[in-house]
Design a protein around this ligand. Sequence first.
Ligand code: MN
Length: 396
Amino acid sequence: MTEFRWGTATDVGKVRSTNQDQLLTMAPVFVVADGMGGHNGGEVAAAIAVDEMAKADGVASVDDLIEAVQTANREIVDRSKLEPELRGMGTTLVALVGMTVDESARLGVANVGDSRLYRVTDHALTQITEDHTLVEALVRDGRLTPEEALTHPQRNIVTRALGIDEKVLVDTWELAPVAGDRYVLCSDGLFNELSSAEMLDVLREVEEPAEAAVALVNAACDAGGRDNVTVVIVDVVDADGAADEAPPDRILSTHKAVPDSVLRLDPPVETGPDDPHPDEIFVDRSATKAPFVTWRLGLFVGAVLLVLGVLVSSVVAYARSAYFVGLDGEEVVIFRGRPDGVLWFDPTVEEPLVLTVAELEADDLREVVDGVEFDTLDEARDYAETLVQRAATDDP
Ligand code: MN
């Protein structure tokens, strides 16, 4: 079994009133969860996530690990349904788990959202997980440069989180444990405040994991502390039973729940007006059962729009289909439309006549004041012609 040494630190930061991050160090299971959602929802969601993951100490494959995350997800979803004020709560989750696969030691990694797992090497901080964020998707899509993503105002919008759908998309990795390797799990409150170089300085210079974790959290707070900050540092002390030779990047296999090219985003989840937390959920449902639901919803909305469209166009057709002879001020004219209008469709003047109120016969005037309706323009013209003729013959 792989042996670990670890240290942790977490802080509410300089701006937030509550710490919605949660961490778990129950070797061989290490977790960081960054909760989001108003009315303490974020704290509840993150707490459920780590409680459930604490039961994952016997996982023997990344599939087991995914199942553990799915269970945590369902627990959060169920709790949301029971307590309406918690509706919309969610949490990110990044987990590093020592496991034994076919009698050889492995590290399992699971990720949902924008908390991260890094491996510390002599020269670099290597990010193993991939963020599930709007900006990350835009970068992948070529619509944003990585540099723009660093300062993008919407960089805290996550596209995946536990607690939103019945099933959650989980990315996993299987790593080879190597004695002397150092891993860092952290919430976005760390890397949004510190550059990789700043983090690496601390991680290389401070050997004791707990001291290094505290130093990182303090540095993030000093740099602004605009979000909760959580760091879990895990050093691999002994990697007995790691059968194969470890690859330089330690990665034996990668399983991404969604192909890189897929980008489909659903509307954001309501987190409540008094949510003090800057993180937002903007759930990516591209490859779950949800697209089927979305597809059916799209069909339904389409059908409703079609019915509305047909209704509106028949009203327009009705409103515009008739003609009438009526008064436009002192002038007698042929209108297109209905005498009193239909909804917001007022009649429009189709043809003026060379005829005024004063010239009309008394009986004709009584009719024309109310408007005399016809189905076609020709019928209206014929009637108008008779008005003109009577007006002319009656003249003294
Ligand atoms: Mn956060």
